[in-house]
Design a protein around this ligand. Structure first.
Ligand code: KIV
Ligand code: ZN
Length: 515
């Protein structure tokens, strides 16, 4: 690989999944994996195989369908984790094991309760062990941002000698400032004797809103891999956002002088898919993928853009996929056209029955809505529509009465594992009444932490996409539902969240403990 290349390592399905409530099912990961492959990421971290049976299966499923990008699994520095990662990655033509251990004094003393020598020993043993399964092994020094540079050089020299081809330097807690982090990377590369035998990578968290700035500063000092996520999803305040890194590299090529393999026209479709699968809406003013990112409000700006686009725009909306993918389907579109578009968007379901159900939903939507855009298709294939496996609650019917000056009422009928149950409730508004009626049936005791409505396309005929976040006993889940009627969309989002809450989830967090 040429030194003019910046490796884009996407961790939406691993670190992104660590955002509270953003957990993804196997089918959802497969869909995201195909989308990331179309986007052109070099490496995708599909999960943490040891975390749960579900995540193991998800990594394996992604490894079975993705051919062009390298598929990676995280593993702590121990043989059990590495065995699980290797097994899950087996079907992938290109696979990487990413093993890590913490290196900062605070993590070594309080979390690992290990001496620095023991940490080096465990890291070397893990890399050697992982190399038995693949030539492509990455080593991360967790909390490198707060580690002693001398110790980082020591451990990196040892793991490179043991066979690690990529050395990742994470700012795990998002503490670094750009000039400081850039200097750290430059310094480590210069002082690690065998640094020319590895690609240096960075993985920045966004706790101070500096993840992208820190990553770019590191690239300027010699890092040649950036770990990032679609929409900047990730643990706590998230990771460096893929779309911002890629577009900064492209727009400021005059200074950055590196290429990525990303097809930037796939950025917005990827952002939309990740947002609807995870239930994390994209804020309107988010760079590149926010609804307002290319909207000029002020008259002076509009006038300038009309006269000469570059007066106020540094890149075009089309370059990042804002309108390139707005193919329209409608009521007269047949199965072939529908199937073709789902395939192009990478959201085609794996079995014929699921496709048949999706086509029925498509026809029902086309009866209500004249033009069906790609965004509608994504909504049709995600959220509550895409729940794999049996669900506890299904919406059978919903009726609301709402009149100025009167208390809104809702009548809800649910299919609860085959039995029809009906309930009425009043509320502060029709949505509130509908959700209260559902809760009277479900008796979940969950608290609504977020309720958000977005229009999927412009115009009043658009589908409303509703996100509901629920919390119960510390567990957070997100539900997404879309419909041309926002009360129905809200009920579906709430049921989607409830159905997820009902599934047991035992999932280990990668940063709990190690070795
Ligand atoms: O933030 C972090 O340190 C990580 C590592 C596991 C790479 O996510
Ligand atoms: Zn991280």
């Amino acid at each position: 690989m040429s030194n003019n290349n910046l490796v884009i390592f996407d961790t939406t399905m691993r670190d992104g999944e660590q955002s509270p409530g953003a957990s993804m099912t196997k089918d959802e990961k497969v869909r995201i994996g195909k989308t990331l492959e179309r986007l052109g990421v070099d490496v995708m971290e599909a999960g943490f195989a040891i975390a749960s049976k579900g995540d193991f299966e998800a990594v394996k499923a992604v490894a079975s369908v993705v051919k062009e990008s390298t598929v990676c699994s995280l593993a702590r520095a121990n043989t059990k984790d590495i065995d699980a990662a290797a097994q899950a990655l087996e079907p992938a033509p290109r696979r990487r094991i990413h093993t890590f251990i913490a290196t900062s004094p605070i993590h070594m003393q309080y979390k690992l309760k290990m001496q620095p020598d023991q940490v080096v020993e465990a890291a070397v043993a893990a890399v050697k062990y992982a190399r038995q399964f693949t030539d492509d092994v990455e080593f991360s020094a967790e909390d490198a941002g707060r580690s002693e540079p001398d110790f980082l050089c020591r451990i990196f020299e040892a793991v490179i000698a043991a066979g690690a081809g990529t050395i990742n330097v994470p700012d795990t807690v998002g503490y670094a400032l750009p000039y400081e982090f850039g200097n750290l990377i430059g310094n480590i590369i210069e002082r690690t004797p065998n640094s020319d035998k590895a690609i240096f990578s960075v993985h920045c968290h966004n706790d101070l809103g500096l993840a992208v700035a820190n990553s770019l500063a590191a690239v300027q000092q010699g890092a040649r891999q950036v770990e990032c996520t679609v929409n900047g999803l990730g643990e706590r305040a998230g990771n460096a956002s893929l779309e911002e890194i890629v577009m900064a590299m492209r727009v400021r090529k005059d200074l950055m002088e590196l290429e990525t393999g990303i097809d930037t026209t796939q950025i917005v479709p990827a952002s939309r898919l990740v947002s609807s699968i995870t239930g994390f809406p994209v804020q309107p003013n988010k760079a590149i993928v926010g609804a307002n990112a290319f909207a000029h409000e002020s008259g002076i700006h509009q006038d300038g853009v009309l006269k000469h686009r570059e007066t106020y725009e540094i890149m075009s909306a089309e370059d990042v996929g804002w309108s390139a993918n707005r193919m329209v389907l409608g009521k007269h579109s047949g199965r072939a056209a529908f199937k073709n578009r789902l395939e192009e968007l990478g959201i085609m379901p794996s079995d014929e029955n699921a496709f048949g159900d999706a086509f029925v939903r498509f026809k029902a939507l086309a009866d209500k809505k004249h033009d069906i855009f790609d965004e509608d298709l994504v909504a049709l294939m995600t959220g509550d529509n895409a729940s794999d496996g049996e669900v506890m609650f299904k919406l059978s019917d919903l009726e609301v009465s709402s009149k100025m000056g009167a208390v809104p009422e809702a009548r809800v009928e649910l299919d609860v594992q085959g039995e029809q149950v009906e309930m009425m409730a009043q509320g502060d508004g029709p949505v509130d009444a509908a959700l209260k009626a559902i809760e009277k049936i479900a008796q979940s005791g969950a608290e609504i932490k977020l309720y958000n409505v977005n229009a999927i396309n412009a115009g009043t005929e658009s589908q409303g996409e509703v996100t509901v976040r629920l919390e119960r006993a510390g567990r957070i889940v997100n539900g997404v539902g879309a419909d041309t009627d926002i009360v129905v969309a809200s009920a579906r989002a709430y049921l989607h969240a409830l159905n997820q809450m009902m599934r047991p989830q035992v999932r280990q967090h990668p940063q709990t403990s190690t070795v």
